[in-house]
Write a protein that binds this ligand. Structure first.
Ligand SMILES: [Zn+2]
Length: 67
């Protein structure tokens, strides 16, 4: 494994960090991911974690402690 050369961020060309490699920052990683996914730089909308309460399986605690 050669460790020489190509130690720059492919997005902006700055020196990259190990924690974000091959990028220099999370921003560049996100940019690359967004470009990779959608072909554009538009930021992906955050998806909701679940269909919370969309169906009838929403847990409702029974108030049986206060009769
Ligand atoms: Zn960068």
């Amino acid at each position: 494994m050669a460790t020489t050369g190509n130690k720059t961020c492919p997005i902006c060309g700055n020196a990259r960090l190990d924690r974000f490699r091959p990028f220099c920052s999370k921003r560049c990683a996100d940019l690359d991911l967004a470009r990779w996914l959608g072909g554009t730089y538009s930021l992906p909308a955050e998806e909701p974690p679940d269909d919370f309460g969309a169906e009838g399986e929403f847990y409702v605690p029974e108030p049986d402690n206060d009769r």
